[in-house]
Structure formats: structure tokens, C-alpha cells
Write a protein that binds this ligand. Sequence first.
Ligand SMILES: [Zn+2]
Ligand SMILES: [Zn+2]
Length: 344
Amino acid sequence: MKASVYYGKNDIRYEDVAVPEIEDGDILVKMKSCGLCGTDIHKAQHQTVTGPVVLSHEIAAEVVKVGKRVTRFRPGDRVVTAIHVPCFSCHYCDRGHFTLCEQFKPTNIEPGGFAEYIRLPELHVKHLTHKIPQGVSWEKAAMVEPIGCCLHGLKQAAITPGCSVLVMGSGTIGLLSAQLSAMMGASNVIVSDLSPFKLDLALRLGINHAINPAQENLEARIGEITDGLGVDLVVIAAGVSSLLPQAVNLLRRGGRVVVFSPFDQNNMVSIDAARFFRDEISIVGTYSLSSYEMPEAVEIISRNRINIDEMITHRWPLSSLGEAIEFAANPQHDVLKVIMQMDD
Ligand SMILES: [Zn+2]
Ligand SMILES: [Zn+2]
């Protein structure tokens, strides 16, 4: 079978690899659509993983073979899945922190999403794999995993009807978080980004305000929009750590910042710490998703609760992964979600 294998920066090879063998509780799927995640681009560009490795975790696929003990799925089923499974019984899992479980990161699909065939191990089959409802396209189904991640983050956000939300960064995660916030009842949703293309897209998706901080004073605009109160919630969905002090300053009293971004460069920042005691603000982090968000994300997609179609801007065949990453990583390009596709 073919896979797009990452060996190092600017070195992704579309090559022959062995079809994974399945065991009795596993299933083998044929990839149909696979999303290119910001973290895949980050890993490839900043070389935070050592190759050879097959990236991607946003998979929509068709079941082609099932192990003897598998009863929930059969060949021909259309499924979505994610990549990490917690143990559900450790100190972290007992407290609902599934993504921090020691078993979480070591569990993985084989070899990764950017491959023709993928083995979903028994734990993934049991806890993370769901059928794609009728009428949902492959490429839309590939958005289930990122939607699940945003739901996971927004569970920390305590969105209440009528609240105001600022999402810093209007990439896929930013625009999904903004749309989901509105779906959950936020009445004033604001996004910020440096890309005019992404800001236009945000307005087309129904976001109330789209601000370019290079052209407008973000603090002044937030003041205007919220009558001087500040926003109830800031979601940081851009990997720029200097956004954190700014986010803290833009909160209303009692507001909250949800950080959903790898701040792994220049990560030491200063914030106005007096606001914790004086204004009861809070800052929480979020990463990935738990198995509980997968069915919720499937439901949101199948009922068209948010606009996904407009967010998918580019499609490439799996063989062009290197080109797709280079294109998507260039801030000059008008691109939001890239979907890699496997032909029949
Ligand atoms: Zn992702
Ligand atoms: Zn655990």
C-alpha cells in the first residue's frame, strides 16, 4: 500500500509500506479523507518528531476487514476515529482528565492517517470509532476529530447564553471554536487574526465581529463591543505566547482564558497576576479530546449545527502531502482547512 511518510523538513515521501496486520479485536480501514491539522504542519515544519513517521489523526475511512471478535463493525461501514485512548481507571481518568492519562499518548493507530490502509487497534475500535451518519461526506467526516477537540476545550469555558467570546487566531480550530461558542449560546462572538482571508471567511460563517489587530487596536475594539466590560471568554487558538498577557487584559472581571495552542517557543510570558485575586479571572489549558466528545462531534456534523463546507478550502491527493504542507504553512496563502484524499 502507499503512505506519505515524513522523514524530515521538506522530505515527505509517498512510498510503499506494508499493509498492517490486524488482530482479533482490531479493524482495518481504507482511508478516504484525512485532515491536515495545524499540529501536523507544526511537527513537519519545526521537526518536533523524528521520522520516518506517518502523521495525521483526522480520519474518515471505510472498514475493509474486521477481527474475529469485532461485532460493532463490518466491511463497508464508513467510520471516523481519533488516535489516543485513556485507561479510564488511573488517578487522572478518575478525575476526568482523560487526556493526561499515561496510556493516552502511547496508544496509536497504525501507521497514522496519511496512509492508504490503517489498523485501528481494539481500544480504538471500542472507545473512539463511530459510524458516519448517512449523507455526511468523507471530507466533512474528517472534521469530526477537530470538532471534538474544540468541544473538549469549550467544556472548560462555561459558556452561558448571551456571553461574549473572543477567539484569537482564525485557523480551523479558531473558527470551529467560534462557531461552537455561538451554537452553545454566546451572543457576541469575535475573532482576531492577521489574515484578511480568514477574517472574511469568519464573517461569512456568521461570526459577529472579525478584527485584524495589525490594522485596528484590539483592546479599543473589544471595549466598544462589550461596553467597556471586557469579554467573558477568550480562546487562544494561535501558537503565539504573547497573546496570553493580552488575553488576560481583555477579560471582564470573572472572565476566563482557554489556551488551546502549543506555546513551545518563547513560552515564558508575564501576565497581570493581580487580576486573579482582584477580578477572579481564570486561565485553563486544553489539549486533544476524550472519547466522550467524539459522538457529540458526529451529532453536530450530521445535524449541520455549524458550517463546515465553507471551511474546507483545499483538497489534495495523498501523494501531494509535502506540497500541501508547504502551501498551508505559508501565511501569504488564502487557505483554511486542507483535506488529503485517497482515490479508490
Ligand atoms: Zn488535530
Ligand atoms: Zn488513565
